[in-house]
Design a protein around this ligand. Structure first.
Ligand code: ZN
Length: 432
């Protein structure tokens, strides 16, 4: 149906959506075979390398946990029917549940059942990574309909020393300075949070991989929190090369785009995102940094303090399907994935081309007609291209970058780039 390299070239977004549907059934957690299977699937599309970090390894203030794998889990009625079954949805088991095989009364069983009365038809998503326990998640309507019975409860899981797995891809540009693009890969069958981020990140890597790039690009596919902390702790020598970055999450729902600023607030990447969102003319939201959310928290911790923001559509917790079985493949829209990819590409184009020029004829305006650059007829208003020539000449005193001029003039990026090329060819601008 789709070729492996269609993620970025398919303008409909359906190739990315197909990847989301391929990844959806896999039972993922912060460690385990589901992660490896997920990374192998992404390798069908981009040449990721994977890294295995051993359980017990200290990473900053954290320790890599035991590896968790699960074969089967169910609750059976005394009649032998599987009334709750991992095979039906991997959200049914609290992630990192320890193994158990017992018979319980309804009252005893209920101590281990989690539901969400606000979304009574949905199975909620629960985890217990760092305190050993077990549990099942069920729709509230199912919970209240359970009859008195003796239930057979089984979680066939294994929690033992192993590894935490993450994937990364580095695309070499002309500079060793890097742009970091990160997404989390630890959620089980939840599509927007965060299979959408995986699909858009993989598509972005495909888009960038055969281009002549100013920056090098590092894509990280890591389990949330512990994965980014592990990467940072194990790659401290690489941190200094990261000049810009963003986390991709919840980028497939039909809501308007949202950009969360980095801790620095006005970093170049923050300004580039805000400028491209403004230029689109579509509704969008920009939110300030806060130490809650996704892995931007780790990249923006005070000792790291990278210029890393977070791009999403509807933020986590703000859509009713969030962390429930309703965040499924059909909740994610191909057109929204494509729109998110296009916005990331537009922002990267700003970062790639944000250079500073110096006007070589700064005494009065140069006589543009003599350079073939004056097309206007006296008395008519200047078009965007003529205005771009004038803004570039006026502000290019060596202190203003192309993004500074774009922000101040409000002109479209492509027209400013085009005008800068023309002025450079005419020797009126020189790149600093
Ligand atoms: Zn989440």
């Amino acid at each position: 149906m789709f070729e492996a390299d269609d993620l970025s070239s398919d303008l409909s977004g359906r190739a990315m959506h197909h990847l989301v549907s391929e990844l959806f059934p896999i039972c993922r957690s912060i460690t385990g075979n589901g992660l490896r299977q997920t990374l192998r699937k992404i390798q069908d599309y981009i040449p990721l390398t994977t890294c295995e970090v051993p359980s017990g390894l200290k990473v900053f203030d954290w320790t890599i946990p035991a590896e968790w794998n699960i074969r089967d889990a169910y609750i059976k009625s005394s009649a032998g029917d599987r009334i709750v079954d991992l095979r039906a949805s991997n959200l049914h088991v609290v992630s990192y549940s320890v193994p158990v095989h017992v018979r319980l009364s309804l009252a005893e069983l209920k101590k281990y059942l989690f539901s969400d009365p606000d979304h009574p038809d949905c199975v909620p998503y629960r985890t217990s990574y760092y305190s050993p326990t077990w549990g099942f998640c069920v729709a509230h309507n199912q919970l209240v309909s359970l009859q008195e019975d003796e239930y057979e409860v089984c979680i066939d899981s294994v929690l033992e020393p192993g590894h935490l797995t993450y994937g990364q891809l580095r695309l070499a540009g002309n500079s060793a300075d890097e742009v970091l693009i990160s997404c989390h890969i630890c959620h089980p069958s939840l599509a927007n949070d965060n299979l959408s981020g995986i699909a858009v990140a993989a598509a972005l890597a495909q888009y960038l991989r055969n281009r002549d790039l100013r920056y090098s690009y590092r894509f990280l596919f890591v389990p949330g929190t512990i994965g980014s902390i592990a990467w940072l702790a194990l790659n401290q020598a690489a941190i200094g090369s990261i000049k810009h970055g963003f986390v991709l999450t919840c980028v497939g729902d039909a809501g308007a785009p949202t950009y969360k600023r980095s801790r620095r607030g006005e970093a170049e990447i923050d300004r580039a995102w805000v400028y491209t969102l403004q230029q689109s003319g579509d509704p969008f939201t920009v939110v300030p940094f806060s130490p809650f959310g996704y892995d931007e928290r780790q990249y923006c911790s005070p000792g790291i303090n990278l210029s890393v923001g977070c791009f999403m559509r509807t933020p986590h917790g703000k859509f009713p399907e969030y962390h429930t079985s309703a965040d499924n493949v059909s909740f994610v829209k191909p057109a929204a994935l494509r729109d998110s990819l296009d916005r990331a590409i537009a922002t990267i184009d700003v970062i790639e081309n944000n250079v500073t020029y110096v006007n070589q004829k700064p005494m009065g305006e140069p006589k543009l007609g003599d350079y073939g650059l004056y097309s206007g007829i006296g008395g008519t208003s200047a078009d965007d291209y003529q205005m771009a020539l004038l803004w570039l000449l006026n502000m290019s005193d060596g202190t203003a970058s192309l993004l500074d001029i774009a922000e101040r003039s409000g002109l479209p990026w492509d027209i400013l780039k085009q005008a800068a090329v023309a002025l450079t060819s005419a020797d009126l601008l020189m790149r600093q």
